[in-house]
Design a protein around this ligand. Structure first.
Ligand code: C2G
Length: 743
């Protein structure tokens, strides 16, 4: 047999699905798959059954709970292939991966054949549909490579042992730290492992690959690197519930193991060998880049006491020729450690970090404001009557914070100091209050000193809630699209958002839910267990205002919208996978406005409203008398009042608009992708929505022309929908919010 694929499995079945499927797609026959599992692995029995015959699967139970090292060793004992290939159960291959590697082995019979690796946040189906451009963008966030090691252009003909040096460069030197030195994606000749009795050290949990790779490089005589991607390493987007080993926060044990792995590894190689030089280089970098921060910042004195002593004793032994080739700062740090001079070490680190911070602060004004927040303002007293309001990152004066503010200002004049975060500093507030721009010095100041916060999206990442501060999160919609921890894939521009979310939601004292449905979902999707205010949406109070018709008439007048025609609002949401950057999404209008005007122009006008994430401007040239672009208008709730019919897609807009009991249509031209690839939904759109799903402009026009019949057809469903999602709203939600939070 040519090849044994060794896959240790340790939980997270949804990752394994892609892993096994990708083996099944390989264009090779002569192989076996060894799946190493713990005793309890019921969750994958079905999967095993499915692939049993397809991928020559041999499932080996390795004891109650065994480590990756143990599983791989058992795999090595059982493997029958001439070549070994390690594949992690949360990663997957491309269709050609193994045939490329095997073909090279057949031709040149090298000891080690390495392929290229790509990093992704996505499952296979998404990775394949994302296209190279998007995957490339996210690849840039790959921090596993050591950016200080620019060896790629190296001319190996100048080296004494070109192959050896190349292996060191590719497998060890160019990989950051110990953890990124990996056995994955190397086709390894079985003889090499047998001749030298190579096994993984089972004492090691986090860095067991490192000494193994050191030995591969030490003994291999031939090596080749294929310039094609053969391995897809999948990052875990949920480090809270499903962390990869590297995401586990365990600094003490990791430190101890790091030291042990270093000691173990240097005994495997000669003091004079280049391998020793590069192992030592890693320990110096670890000390100056990572350990130094612990000396400076850790609350645990151990980093300045026995761990410092342990580090220093290792630095005593690093090769002196290495010291010539490192930075001045690193050299100084090593020398001081060798003298056990902790006092001067602390000064040197403080200076080094301060210099780096100053560089950052000078480069970016926002950094200076964050710095002031952390080091100055946060030490000043909290002002008991200050309330800070923010909606959609300061882009608009809108949503529930607006209605809560207006209620407070009307009913408690003079009692509070209101601070509104608005990027347009010229916005005139209807009542008293200060306007500050987001992320400015003033913003940092009020963020540190305000007692209360009423925000409709998440707080900034650098906010740290102080004791005594009260955070009311209003959120910004009843959830239709799966959110946060309920989202298997995070395909939007910031795939790290589950980790961020977990920390941020702990700072929310209150969370508003418009209905019981939302409460239940927020508990799971945000892992939220704080105070849930199931009180309806303050932003919907306006929809129950007794003067709403008069308000609508005035608004139409203000926006110069013809009063003799009926209005159709089109308010779509954003698409997770179509973006220029974080918070900057693309949108291409898929409604044919010309056609709509031709068929409906006598009776209707269209109000267009894109989501605040959308960076693209809508082009309505030539249609100015038919289409009105209200994307920049602050408050969509006011727009609902002037809309006779609403067309939307997967936006929470429809939960709110339903309060008006006016007709709704759903233009869901990309439903399959949105539901099955990007997000997934909490409700069955086909069965529960109070209007039809439509897929073409023609169908939309047809529905609009028959709107009365459609309304009659959907009347029952509309009532059920209203009862489920709108029944708490009654015009008094702001009052309830204020009474709950401000007592
Ligand atoms: N919105 C708007 N104009 C649009 C779409 C949305 O003004 N064209 C506003 C509405 O108030 C809407 C809110 O932004 O309720 C949230 O927009 P969604 O389209 O629902 O999308 P998202 O921002 O992803 O929020 O639980 C709700 C979810 O978090 C959805």
């Amino acid at each position: 047999m040519k090849l044994s694929i060794i896959v240790p499995y340790d939980g997270y079945p949804h990752y394994l699905v892609d892993c096994l499927a990708s083996i099944d797609e390989q264009k090779i026959d002569d192989y076996e798959t060894l799946l190493l599992v713990n005793e309890n692995h019921e969750e994958i029995n079905e999967l095993i059954e499915q692939y049993k015959n397809k991928i020559h699967l041999n499932v080996i139970v390795c004891g109650e709970v065994s480590s990756v090292a143990t599983k791989r060793n058992i795999g090595l004992n059982e493997a029958k292939g001439e070549y070994i290939y390690f594949l992690d159960c949360d990663d997957y291959l491309l269709k050609d991966s193994l045939s490329l590697l095997i073909d090279e082995a057949k031709e040149n019979n090298e000891d080690l054949i390495l392929g290229q690796r790509r990093i992704t946040w996505f499952k296979k189906q998404v990775f394949e549909t994302m296209g190279d451009e998007k995957n490339d963008e996210l690849d840039l966030k790959d921090k596993d490579h050591d950016r200080h090691e620019k060896f790629i252009e190296k001319d190996y003909s100048q080296c004494d042992q070109p192959i050896h040096q190349r292996m060191i460069d590719e497998l060890i030197r160019g990989k950051k730290g110990f953890k990124n030195v990996s056995v994955l994606n190397i086709l390894i000749k079985r003889n090499l492992i047998d001749q030298h009795h190579l096994r993984f050290n089972e004492d090691f949990k986090y860095y067991c690959d490192f000494p193994f790779v050191i030995q591969l490089v030490q003994y291999a005589q031939s090596f080749f690197k294929i310039n094609q991607t053969t391995y897809i390493k999948r990052k875990h987007n949920d480090p809270v519930n499903a962390p990869a080993l590297s995401q586990i926060k365990d600094p003490e044990h990791k430190f101890d193991e790091f030291i042990d792995v270093y000691r173990y590894s240097i005994h495997l190689v000669d003091y004079q060998s280049p391998l020793r030089y590069y192992i030592d280089s890693k320990i110096v970098k670890y000390y100056s880049n990572y350990f130094a921060k612990k000396i400076r910042r850790s609350l645990d004195d151990k980093w300045r006491e026995e761990r410092f002593e342990t580090m220093a004793s290792l630095l005593d032994e690093v090769r002196d020729d290495l010291l010539k080739n490192i930075s001045r700062y690193q050299r100084k740090m090593v020398k001081l450690a060798r003298k056990r001079d902790l006092k001067t070490t602390k000064v040197v680190i403080a200076r080094h970090l301060a210099k780096r911070k100053a560089k950052m602060v000078l480069k970016n004004k926002n950094e200076l404001n964050k710095y002031l927040y952390r080091h100055k303002y946060i030490n000043e007293p909290i002002e008991e009557n200050w309330i800070m309001f923010e909606t959609f990152m300061g882009k608009s004066y809108a949503d529930s914070p607006k209605y809560i503010y207006e209620y407070l200002a009307k009913n408690y004049p003079g009692k509070y100091q209101f601070i509104w975060v608005l990027n347009d500093k010229n916005t005139k507030l209807p009542y008293e209050g200060i306007v500050v721009k987001r992320f400015t010095k003033k913003y940092a100041y009020y963020l540190a000193k305000s007692k209360y916060f009423v925000f409709n999206i998440r707080q900034p990442l650098w906010f740290r809630k102080r004791e005594g501060q009260v955070f009311l999160e209003t959120w910004h919609g009843t959830p239709l699209k799966r959110l946060a921890f309920d989202q298997e894939e995070v395909t939007a521009a910031s795939p790290t958002y589950k980790a961020q979310f977990y920390r941020q939601k702990q700072e929310w004292d209150y969370l508003i839910a418009a209905n019981h449905f939302s409460s239940e979902i927020f508990k799971s999707c945000f892992m939220y267990d704080g105070n849930m205010l199931e009180i309806g949406y303050p932003r919907n109070d306006l929809l129950y205002n007794p003067n709403k018709d008069e308000i609508a008439r005035k608004l139409k007048e203000k926006l110069k919208i013809p009063t003799h025609k009926k209005t159709i609002l089109y308010a779509p949401t954003w698409r997770d996978d179509e973006y220029y950057g974080k918070g900057q999404y693309k949108f291409k209008l898929k409604l044919d406005l010309e056609m709509m005007k031709e068929k409906l122009g006598d009776e209707y006008v269209v109000l267009l409203r894109t989501h605040h994430y959308i960076a693209d401007a809508l082009d309505i040239t030539g249609l100015e008398d038919f289409a009105f672009n209200l994307s920049k208008y602050d408050d969509i709730t006011e727009i609902y009042l002037i809309s006779d019919i609403c067309i939307t897609d997967y936006s929470s807009v429809f939960f709110d608009y339903a309060n008006l009991k006016r007709p709704m249509l759903f233009y869901t031209y990309d439903l399959d992708k949105y539901r099955d690839v990007l997000r997934g939904f909490y409700i069955d759109m086909e069965k529960e929505l109070p209007g039809p799903l439509l897929f073409t402009t023609e169908a939309v026009i047809d529905a609009l022309m028959n709107i009365d019949d459609l309304s009659a057809k959907y009347a029952h469903r509309y009532q059920l929908f209203y009862d489920k999602f709108c029944s708490i709203d009654d015009g008094n939600a702001s009052k309830r919010a204020v009474e709950a939070v401000f007592k």
